[in-house]
Design a protein around this ligand. Structure first.
Ligand SMILES: *Cc1c(COP(=O)(O)O)cnc(C)c1O
Length: 363
């Protein structure tokens, strides 16, 4: 028996007929880039998150890179970023020639808001927070810090579609907030996709230019821009996914609640959610001291696990020689060596959940 870490085929099967109808309609429309399916999805997604504007782009990485660029951040500027995040967050900064300033995380795996103020320098232009694993960082506290120091706030919401902090939807507190629609994400396309959301019409306009060669009118290039557009077929498929996002999230919440209730082991530590945050459980991380032996044990029972993430960005090979070798982020580094993710996805069969629970309890 194998318990898959994730199974996109099962996720697809949840709404197969609707996906296929939407894809066919988009394919038969004769219009594939920057058309009505994108406009519709952008309106629906902005509505769902609760922002005025949504700008569909090619992927989550592009959303981050273009958000930093739209805010005018570049060489000589610093951006405060979580040490505990997927490296794409950091590339959003470095791709613009700006410098990431890493701060450690808290026991909820989120950027530790108490450490942000000491990281601020005269060069700081923004805080780029990540709402990691499906819950939200302390959005209200970090927004207040940004306001008092006149810094922009960018949210990386690539894992937090639908999560809230103190009633605020993740994606509504950033000057610009960035989403990924990579297939496994809480709202997933069937290929790459991403979006920026904002309430600021000037930033929205700049993002629309940046994603399309800096051009509003064909062959009139007002600024230097990229080619990063969410295509019509993906947009149409995402509109279907968005109709079902809350129901699909409930399916993961049910898996998570079984894990939280039924895993009884002194050898693993279950994840905690901040009391003011809701969690959409993009990932279900455990902390295990001897991770290798745990993974081997799960493998021997046919259960796949993954590690999010084994190497924190400040220890990544690509940043060697950039001055981070002396930097020590105790919790981030501790989690990198002891965290392991259990299978969780919308459409995961109940018998697989039971098998995971039994395997963990037998470790
Ligand atoms: C997935 C992810 C990204 C990048 O999104 P892509 O669509 O894969 O480019 C960025 N940040 C975080 C936290 C992610 O999980």
């Amino acid at each position: 028996m194998t318990v898959a870490f994730t199974d996109l085929g099962r996720k697809y099967a949840l709404h197969q007929n609707e996906y296929e109808e939407a894809a066919l309609e988009a394919l038969r429309s004769g219009w594939y880039i920057l058309g009505s399916a994108l406009q519709t999805f952008e309106r629906e997604f902005a509505n769902y998150i609760g922002t005025d504007y949504c700008i569909g782009v090619g992927c989550g990485q592009d959303a981050l890179t273009l958000a930093v660029r739209a805010l005018g951040i570049g060489p000589d500027h610093e951006v405060i970023v979580a040490g505990n995040t997927y490296i794409a967050t950091v590339f959003g900064i470095t791709e613009n020639g700006a410098n990431p300033v890493f701060v450690d995380c808290n026991e909820y795996f989120q950027i530790d808001e108490k450490l942000i103020e000491t990281a601020i320098t005269p060069r700081t232009r923004a805080v780029l927070l990540t709402n990691l694993y499906g819950q939200s960082a302390n959005l209200t506290a970090i927004r207040a810090i940004c306001d008092s120091y006149n810094l922009a706030l960018i949210e990386d919401c690539a894992q937090s579609h639908g999560s809230t902090f103190d009633g605020h939807m993740s994606g509504t507190m950033g000057d610009i907030s960035c989403f990924s629609f990579y297939p496994t994400k809480p709202l997933g396309a069937f290929g790459d996709g991403g979006a920026c959301v904002t309430d600021n019409d000037e930033l929205a306009n700049r993002l629309r230019l940046l994603r399309n060669y800096g051009s509003r009118v064909k062959y009139e290039n007002e600024i230097c821009g990229a080619n990063s557009r969410l295509d019509e077929v993906q947009a149409a498929l995402l509109s279907v996914g968005l109709r079902h996002i809350d129901g699909d999230t409930q399916l993961r919440l049910f898996v998570a609640s079984r894990y939280l209730d039924e895993i009884k082991s002194n050898h693993v530590k279950l994840p905690q959610t901040h009391p003011k945050s809701t969690n959409v459980y993009h990932i279900f991380p455990l902390l295990v001291e001897e991770r290798d032996s745990f993974i081997e044990h799960m493998n021997s029972r046919g259960i796949q696990t993954q590690v999010h993430y084994p190497i924190p960005p400040h220890r990544a090979k690509c940043f060697q020689g950039k001055g981070y070798s002396e930097l020590h982020l105790p919790l981030t580094e501790q989690y990198a060596s002891s965290i392991v993710s259990l299978p969780i996805y919308s459409g995961m069969p109940d018998c697989d959940v039971t098998a995971v629970i039994e395997a963990v309890n037998h470790y």
